[in-house]
Design a protein around this ligand. Sequence first.
Ligand SMILES: Cc1ncc(COP(=O)(O)O)c(C=O)c1O
Length: 380
Amino acid sequence: MPIRVWDYLDEYRDNRDAILEAVDRVFRSGQLILGPQVRAFETEFATYCGVSHGIGVDNGTNALMLGLKALGVAPGSEVITVPNTAVPTVSAIVAAGGVPRFVDIDPDSYVMDVSLLADALTEKTACILPVHLFGQCVPMSALSPIAASRGIPVLEDCSQSHGATHDGRTCGSMSDLAAFSLYPTKVLGAYGDGGIVVTNRDDLDAGMRRLRFYGMDSGDRGTGQAQAYGAVEHGYNSRLDEVQAAILLVKLAHLDTDIARRQAIARRYEQALGATSLVLPRTLPGNTHVYYLYVCRHPERDRILSEMARRDVLLNVSYPTPIHLMPAYQEYGYREGDFPESERAAREIFSLPMYPSLTEAQQDAVCRALGEVLAEDVWI
Ligand SMILES: Cc1ncc(COP(=O)(O)O)c(C=O)c1O
């Protein structure tokens, strides 16, 4: 059996009874949409993040897109983010009517280089969208004062960093509004698509609830019944499923244990690979890292990937092409050389298998194979 970069089958085997029981409870409840499971998950996840409101949505892309709309991003206004992120960070900006503007990354952590942010702001900047990438946060203690001094709202993309902290604050609690994907591979993942937005602001809570439910004020009082039919504003259908919420509640109960397992795997990789020529992940001062991905760097990345695949270890690259160089985003006028650190990372980074149920034997097999491919010593 090849070792894959992500797998959930062992986790499912361990939690099967609890998950099937949760799903059965939903099916027997008579309430399939916006019922008690979604409500409970919204409340528990918001509490986990240290904020007062959670609004379940259908995926992370729509969490971002609706979040930008709730923040009032008007057509043609600019939203600042980074070019080395998942495509949906940027497709959500465009879907909300915004114009993506990029700043380069810090080469050690791969997150936004906040020292470049002030120069990227213009009178058209309507929102700053930091991406907490690979499992650690953008240094928000440096970013937030820049945004606050200009009165620009901040929307965190937390899709890759559930539970990560910066200066003692949990990812999702450091801005006006924060969006999470709950896609199956994520640190907290559903068994299908899902997303959630969290906020401390009552106005954004109400706005998000309308936007995800056809622009209506009603239909979201835990009853699943629309109580008054009428759109207050133009809205969408972007609801989190009751079934997925029930599964997420099961998984949320052991999120911290899952994160601790990821951190233990990272420590083991570091012990084994610390003396090789691979550049291993670095955690920024003030951050805890939850290792959504274990991202290494090496100039011979492509050779390493193909030789590891021959040894049945399937590695992954997130992301091989920075967004500003993708055909879909050429209209924004960027070209090669504009973001040198993002472009270099795209050529050199790759991730090792990382998920809570990855066994020590699998971890050792990954490290041994890397030792062979690099022709260097590993410590197992
Ligand atoms: C950084 C980032 N933003 C947004 C998303 C979009 O999430 P989803 O796939 O749930 O729409 C993802 C996940 O793919 C992501 O990794």
